[in-house]
Design a protein around this ligand. Structure first.
Ligand SMILES: NC(=O)c1ccc[n+]([C@@H]2O[C@H](COP(=O)([O-])OP(=O)(O)OC[C@H]3O[C@@H](n4cnc5c(N)ncnc54)[C@H](O)[C@@H]3O)[C@@H](O)[C@H]2O)c1
Length: 283
């Protein structure tokens, strides 16, 4: 199994989990990391045809996580080109070699909403995989393009690809700090639908993406079932997005993202939730 971006936040935890499950892991990373323990570590660039060919030797499954993971992680040119060339290179070479299955990291940002410079609102709640995108930054564009690359790779080589639209993914302590921020100022969380995912659950979703029997190239939202704000979701939406249509009512702190596809197709349900009270929202 190949994991790219293996020294990153999600990569390290994913390599550890897949190794614990008995997989032989090749890690491809452009940086060394003392905590990166894999059967084989290739230091290289996911844009390089030679580095990816080397890393794919003997590999049956691919997890592609390498990217500049934020619009401010580089110039717009670097963010866009590193991300889309890497995803093309990894999936095209994997497909051409006859590798049958890959998981890639898309993002909630494929919708274009969180980083949109115009403060746009979603077309409706709950967000789902069909929601219209409105992209205003290079990172979000790269993630939208990665989902297209997955479809192209499947059409061309028949490689099955699961693309995860991750929300903010982090360790429990960082998620708890962000939740405290959401308690003090819940308005800011609207752009990400107050969603989050524990890094261990991201690795679990990746495991399910690799072992599921789905075929084709498909995109899935994944997130914790609840929001990171200690208020009822209906109260948050009444306060901060009263003009956005709701396709259904939300129960308690239910995250306003439709997680049905990941649940039914992959069997995914987050195992690590923030333990928050439900407070009365005063604005
Ligand atoms: N963490 C999140 O909140 C989040 C949310 C949505 C999507 N994602 C996506 O998930 C994936 C992993 O995110 P993360 O949080 O672990 O990011 P990260 O920045 O911690 O890790 C990404 C890794 O990729 C490596 N990398 C970057 N360019 C490379 C290149 N050209 N060749 C080889 N390696 C390269 C980086 O050095 C880093 O180690 C990314 O694709 C990111 O866009 C992350």
């Amino acid at each position: 199994m190949l994991v790219t971006g293996a020294a990153g936040r999600i990569g390290l935890v994913t390599v550890q989990r897949l190794t614990e499950l008995g997989a032989l892991v090749t890690a491809l990373s452009n940086v060394e990391h003392p905590d990166l323990k894999a059967d084989r570590v290739v230091i290289g660039d996911t844009r390089s045809e030679a580095d990816v060919a080397d890393a794919l030797t003997g590999v049956e499954y691919v997890v592609h996580l390498a990217a500049l993971a934020h619009p401010s992680a580089g110039t717009p040119y670097d963010v866009y080109t590193i991300n889309v060339v890497s995803t093309f290179n990894v999936l095209a070479q994997a497909g051409a070699r006859g590798i049958r299955r890959a998981v890639i990291a898309s993002s909630i940002n494929a919708t274009g909403i969180p980083f949109n410079p115009h403060g746009i609102r979603p077309a409706y709640f709950p967000l789902d995989e069909k929601i219209p995108a409105d992209v205003g930054d290079a990172y979000s564009l790269s993630k939208q393009n990665d989902e297209n690359t997955a479809r192209m790779a499947w059409r061309t080589w028949g490689i099955d690809v699961v693309a995860f639209r991750f929300p903010h993914v982090n360790s429990p302590d960082v998620l708890a700090r962000r939740a405290e921020g959401a308690r003090r100022d819940p308005r800011g969380g609207l752009r990400e639908a107050w969603s989050y995912l524990d890094t261990r659950d991201a690795a679990y979703a990746i495991e399910l993406g690799l072992t599921a029997s789905s075929s084709g190239a498909h995109t899935f939202f994944v997130a914790a079932d609840t929001t990171n704000a200690p208020y009822e979701t209906e109260a948050l939406l009444d306060a901060f997005a009263p003009d956005v249509p709701r396709l259904r009512r939300f129960v308690g702190r239910e995250v306003p993202i439709d997680l049905t596809a990941a649940r039914t197709v992959l069997g995914f349900r987050a195992r690590h939730e923030l333990d928050l009270p439900t407070l009365h929202l005063e604005i």
